[in-house]
Design a protein around this ligand. Structure first.
Ligand code: ADP
Ligand code: MG
Length: 388
């Protein structure tokens, strides 16, 4: 999806009013009835219809004809627009450059402030992967159901923001948090490449220890990254030091499955080093020992507690967690299905390690059907079914 920053500055105040009305209306309506948009925006009726038409032409809203009523819903594009407009109004960002990543659940752009300093804009895109299937299984969204993709994407961004800030303040190697709005995060640009792209290292043991130390340091501060893998570890071009990104799935060490998450992070690194660099070590951190040793090396802060106090609510955390679990389950099922269809497909264990030709993409772990979802979402912007 193309983001157009010039457009950001040329929306009339009436158009903005109507767009905002659609956003407000979608808190309670999957398809916002046109009369409600008219009412919320409090402009003349005819005027609103015309403006809705022009917003729809620019793909900021989409017209939906329902069995019961006609209305509009906000598109990804419209939501992006509102978020970027907020960031640009606050002078946090000025222009949008190239897209540098399409993750499973995000789009990443290079952007700049008015002085041309480069930053990274991450737009969270929850609800892109098999959302319908998940929704039919779980009803944890309750009343918020109607705005679920927007709501989940925003929660994810808020969580990532809360963690990035706290980690940055406490000296962890993470990007500098700049600003957050709706489902977007603005952060410092890291001149680096993902560990995924590194095919050789002079001394793998050194990086291995640094990464394991980082896992331990996280845990002693009360945190587990939860997705500590070669995609989310960037290697600085200059120093070769690692920078960690991607925090929507972080958990506290007091989480009921903390040990499992901790072990999975540790195993990710061990497996990657074994396959990619043929490096194996008998030394790796264990959750219980790490926790027993306490926070002596740290600065004494329990960051899970600090984050909890930062305004990212426990209840929000829980909603997000359940959603992410549901996605994982769903993906597992899709995977099983496609594997049994393919019948006798090779074990893909080591397939990617020899050559680096797959490294350009960091999203090749997206299941095929999810990729389709992505392109579909870009075209018709409809991650959700309409409700009566
Ligand atoms: P996702 O949640 O979709 O995995 P990530 O936060 O991991 O999103 O970012 C996806 C990719 O975008 C990363 O692998 C990295 O290549 C790039 N990226 C993300 N943040 C930055 C940054 N601050 N600086 C440079 N590149 C980044
Ligand atoms: Mg990632």
């Amino acid at each position: 999806m193309k983001l157009d920053a010039t457009d950001l500055r040329y929306i009339t105040s009436e158009e903005f009013r109507v767009l905002t009305a659609v956003e407000m209306g979608s808190k309670n309506h999957e398809v916002v009835p046109t009369p409600l948009i008219v009412q919320i925006s409090s402009l003349r009726n005819g005027g609103v219809n015309k403006i809705l038409g022009s917003l729809a032409k620019r793909n900021l809203v989409a017209k939906v004809q329902n069995s019961k009523y006609d209305g509009y819903r906000l598109t990804y594009g419209g939501y992006d627009y509102l978020a970027m407009r907020a960031l640009s109004k606050r002078d946090s960002m000025y222009s949008v450059g190239n897209q540098i990543g399409v993750g499973k659940e995000s789009d990443i752009y290079i952007v700049a402030d008015s002085e041309g300093n480069e930053m990274v804009l991450k737009l969270h895109r929850l609800g892109r992967v098999s959302f319908r299937a998940i929704k039919s299984k779980r009803d944890y969204l309750g009343k918020r159901k109607s705005a679920s993709w927007m709501y989940m994407s925003r929660l994810s961004a808020q969580k990532e923001w809360a963690f990035m800030k706290v980690l940055h303040e406490h000296g962890f190697p993470v990007p500098r948090p700049v600003d957050q709005a709706r489902h977007c995060i603005l952060m410092g640009f890291i001149d680096a490449y993902p560990l995924r792209q590194v095919s050789e290292l002079p001394s793998p043991g050194k990086l291995y220890s640094t990464l394991m130390d980082l896992i331990v340091r996280f845990a002693r501060s009360g945190l587990i990254h939860g997705d500590f893998n070669e995609f989310n570890i960037l290697i600085l071009r200059e120093s070769g030091e690692p920078v960690v990104i991607d925090f929507p799935q972080m958990v506290s060490t007091s989480h009921i499955n903390a040990e499992w998450y901790f072990n999975r992070d540790v195993e990710c690194i061990r497996t990657f080093f074994r396959r990619r660099f043929r490096y194996e070590s008998a030394f790796y951190p264990r959750f219980r020992t790490t926790m027993k040793e306490g926070n002596e090396d740290g600065d004494g802060f329990q960051l899970d507690v600090v984050v909890a106090a930062s305004g990212f609510k426990k209840s929000d955390q829980k909603i997000l967690e359940e959603y992410m679990e549901a996605v994982r389950e769903q993906e597992g099922e899709d995977q099983d299905e496609s594997e049994s269809e393919e019948d006798g497909s090779e074990d893909e264990e080591d397939e990617d390690e020899e050559d680096g030709k797959d490294v350009e993409e960091h999203n090749e772990d997206v299941p095929e059907n999810a990729k389709e979802d992505v392109s579909q979402a870009n075209v018709d912007e409809s991650p959700e079914e309409s409700t009566p």
